[in-house]
Design a protein around this ligand. Structure first.
Ligand code: CUA
Length: 330
């Protein structure tokens, strides 16, 4: 029964980002604890059910006038069934506490270790309804898509700009609240390259359900190549692209968005400096390509109702020019 139930859970979650498919050191610790607690609970369940069934059968009423033997109290039994659950709960408590410490406290950077081994720090900032990823040491700011190298410790400093969100990537790490004015720490050491989906896990307003993120774990070489691209200055623009840039700088976009190397330095919306290098947009709810960007520009509220970008009532010609420009921001 229990085994069949477990298998059903495992199978039905196979396609979704499952906590039962851990892919980082801390997620492995959480997963290990999950199975220990499950095993303890399974043993308790089987023993209690067996005793219950045994008692029901063995001591069932045999006839109308049949009264069971009248007994009163059993000191040894009572001490036993008080102490045993206490011991079990204490074991679970201390296992949980030590796991919590291990997944929460960022492992210290060993003194004397090479700078190569220094953990990467990423500031994770929750916004209604998207995620900002800021690499202060690398001078990179991106959105919705977190790139990290496999096999290396990445420290996360998690906070929020508006309301409480919760950073959660089931396969890589436990939920950590993103709280305005307070930094919560967590860390990820991903085991192997891959793409991992995450989701805001704290109700944060109308688009809470559409506040996702994607973590792209790369080999150290791939990650370094990504860093180099993100740090590159803007390319030189063709005439058509420059028309789009001009629209970007005059149509109000600059009030909310930053594009490094231009006068656009807004901080409310995502940094768009290397927008076209991202695979997802709008809180990672859709692929990012020319078509989805043009739909978004035409009416952001129709695409994701409630988001903070107003309809700028752009003409089709303006949308086309802006699209050409944005697609150049590799
Ligand atoms: Cu952010 Cu829910």
């Amino acid at each position: 029964m229990i085994l069949a139930g477990t298998m059903m859970i495992t199978v039905s979650c196979a396609a979704a980002p499952s906590v039962l498919a851990p892919a980082s050191e801390s997620a492995l610790k959480t997963n290990g604890l999950t199975w220990i607690v499950f095993a303890i609970a399974a043993v308790v369940f089987v023993v209690v059910e067996a005793l219950l069934i045994y008692a029901a059968v063995r001591f069932r009423r045999a006839g109308q006038s049949d009264l069971p033997k009248q007994i009163e109290g059993n000191q040894r039994l009572e001490i036993g069934w008080t102490l045993l659950p206490l011991i079990v709960l204490l074991i679970v408590f201390f296992l949980s506490l030590s796991t919590l410490q291990a997944i929460r406290n960022q492992p210290a950077f060993a003194a004397g270790a090479s700078m190569e081994a220094k953990p990467l720090t990423v500031r994770v900032v929750g916004h209604q309804w998207w995620w900002e990823f800021d690499y202060p040491d690398l001078k990179i700011v991106t959105a919705n898509e977190l790139h990290i190298p496999a096999g290396m410790q990445v420290n996360l400093d998690i906070e929020s700009i508006d309301v409480i969100h919760s950073f959660w990537v089931p396969q890589l790490g436990g939920k950590t609240d993103a709280i305005p004015g307070h930094v919560n720490q967590s860390w990820i050491k991903a085991i192997q390259p891959g793409t991992y989906e995450g989701q805001c896990a704290e109700f944060c307003g109308v688009e809470h359900g559409l506040m996702r993120l994607r973590v792209i774990v790369e080999t150290p070489d791939q990650f370094q190549a990504w860093v180099t691209k993100q740090q590159a200055p803007l390319p030189s623009f063709s005439q058509a692209e420059a028309q789009g840039e001009q629209l970007f700088l005059t149509k109000g976009c600059v009030a909310c968005h930053t594009i490094q190397g231009t006068t656009a330095q807004g901080k409310i919306g995502p940094d768009l400096t290397h927008l076209a290098s991202r695979s997802v947009m709008a809180g990672a709810i859709m692929d990012r390509n020319l078509g989805t960007m043009e739909n978004w520009l035409a009416d952001p509220q129709a695409v994701k109702p409630g988001n903070l970008m107003p309809n700028l009532h752009l003409t089709q010609d303006e949308i086309t020019k802006l699209g050409v420009f944005l697609e150049r921001l590799k």
